[in-house]
Design a protein. Structure first.
Length: 369
C-alpha cells in the first residue's frame, strides 16, 4: 500500500499528471490512485474558474490533445493578434503565441485579427483598451478636438485620423502619428531690425494669425511649418520695409501691412498654411532718431500754431477795416454805434449824457462825479 499514491481533485479543478516531468494525462474532479513506489509522479492542480490556463508546459499539454473538450486553444502566428471575451466581457488582448482558455466553466469567444493591417478598429474599442494586458500588444494614440492625426505606416501616409482614441498593433510595422493643430494660431515676429530705404535702422514687431489648411502638406513639405512661417514673415518684412523711407512707412502703415499680408499669404500657401492677418504692432526707432523726430514734430506744431495765429489776426484786421469803411459812409450808423458804446460805459460808472441840436453838442460827453 505504501507504493500507492492518492491525488484528490476538487470540483472546480483539473489535475495535470506528470511522470518525471513528462505530461501524461489530465485528471477530472475526484480521487485518483496511482502506483508510484519511486515517487516519480507529480500532479499540478489548476482551477477552471480562472478563465486562462497558464502553465510552463502548455505546448506539451495542448499537443497531447487533453484540452480538446474542456478548453479553447488559441495559437496565434507572428502576424496575428486576438481579443478574448469571457462570459460576454473582455478578458484580455493577446499577441502572438499559444494560449488556452477553459470552456467547462465559462463561455469563451475569441476574435482573431491580422495585425499586418496595423490599425485596429472595433465597435467595442473603449472596453477592449480597458482589458488586462491591452497595452502589451496595442499602442494607443489620442487625437484632441481641433486637431487631426496623420497616420504614417513605414513612412507612407495612410489616412487622417479624426479626434478620438485610436489603436495600432505593435511589433508588425513602424507606426507614426503626427498630430496637427487645425485651430487659428498666432505667431509673434518680434524684434526684427530692418534698414529702411533712407538708411534708418529700426526695430519692428509684427503679429501673424494663421491656420493649417492642408495638414499633410504642412507636415511633409517643410520640417517645421511654424518655423517656416516665422522665417517667411521675416523675409516679407525685410522685402517690403526695406524699399520704403521712414516717413512713408510711418504714414502708410496700414497699406504696408496689407502688402505684407498678401506677400506672406502666397509664400505660406506652398506649405499648407493659410494666413488670415498680418499686422504691424510696433515700430521702434533708435534713441537719437526718436529725439530728432520729436524735435521735428515740435517744430511742425509750433509753425502750425504761428500760422493759425497770423490767420486769425489777419481776419480780425480785415473785419475791422470793413467796419470802419461802413461807418465812414453812414454817419447815422456811426452815431448809433457811439450810443451803444456809451450805454455799455454807463452800466459800469456814473455817467450823464447831454444831447442837443446845436452843432457839436452831441459830441460832448459830460461826466458828473
Amino acid at each position: 500500500m505504501m507504493a500507492m499514491r492518492k491525488f484528490k481533485i476538487g470540483t472546480h479543478e483539473r489535475g495535470l499528471l506528470f511522470e518525471e516531468n513528462e505530461f501524461k494525462v489530465m485528471l477530472d474532479p475526484g480521487r485518483h490512485w496511482f502506483f508510484d513506489p519511486l515517487w516519480k509522479l507529480r500532479v499540478d492542480k489548476v482551477s477552471v474558474r480562472e478563465a486562462q490556463l497558464r502553465h510552463k508546459d502548455l505546448d506539451v499539454i495542448v499537443k497531447s490533445g487533453a484540452l480538446k473538450d474542456v478548453a479553447k486553444v488559441v495559437d496565434l502566428k507572428d502576424h496575428e493578434r486576438a481579443v478574448v471575451w469571457v462570459d460576454g466581457r473582455v478578458e484580455t488582448v493577446l499577441k502572438q503565441g499559444l494560449y488556452a482558455f477553459w470552456t467547462v466553466f465559462h463561455d469563451v469567444r475569441v476574435e482573431v485579427f491580422d495585425a499586418r493591417e496595423v490599425r485596429f478598429e472595433h465597435a467595442e474599442l473603449p472596453a477592449i483598451l480597458q482589458a488586462r494586458d491591452a497595452g502589451t500588444p496595442l499602442d494607443v494614440y489620442t487625437v484632441e478636438v481641433g486637431y487631426t492625426g496623420l497616420f504614417f505606416k513605414d513612412g507612407e501616409f495612410k489616412s487622417a485620423l479624426k479626434p478620438g482614441t485610436h489603436a495600432f498593433w505593435k511589433g508588425v510595422n513602424r507606426v507614426r502619428i503626427h498630430n496637427v493643430d487645425l485651430r487659428e494660431q498666432v505667431c509673434d515676429v518680434a524684434g526684427q531690425e530692418i534698414v529702411t530705404a533712407d538708411k534708418v535702422t529700426l526695430r519692428l514687431n509684427a503679429v501673424v494669425t494663421y491656420r493649417v489648411a492642408d495638414a499633410l502638406k504642412a507636415v511633409t513639405t517643410v520640417d517645421d511649418y511654424k518655423q517656416a512661417l516665422y522665417r517667411e514673415a521675416q523675409l516679407a518684412l525685410r522685402a517690403v520695409v526695406g524699399t520704403r523711407e521712414l516717413d512713408t512707412l510711418l504714414s502708410e502703415k496700414d497699406s504696408v501691412a496689407k502688402e505684407l499680408e498678401g506677400l506672406l499669404k502666397n509664400r505660406a500657401t506652398a506649405f499648407g498654411v493659410e494666413v488670415n492677418t498680418l499686422g504691424i504692432k510696433d515700430i521702434i526707432l533708435p534713441g537719437e532718431m526718436k529725439d530728432l523726430m520729436n524735435k521735428v514734430t515740435e517744430a511742425k506744431k509750433a509753425a502750425e500754431a504761428t500760422l493759425i495765429t497770423r490767420r486769425e489776426e489777419t481776419a480780425a484786421m480785415r473785419m475791422q477795416a470793413n467796419t470802419a469803411k461802413i461807418l465812414e459812409n453812414n454817419p447815422t450808423l456811426m452815431r448809433l454805434r457811439e450810443l451803444e458804446v456809451l450805454e455799455k460805459i454807463s452800466e459800469k460808472s456814473n455817467l450823464k449824457v447831454v444831447l442837443g441840436d446845436q452843432k457839436g453838442l452831441v459830441d460832448r460827453v459830460v461826466k458828473v462825479l
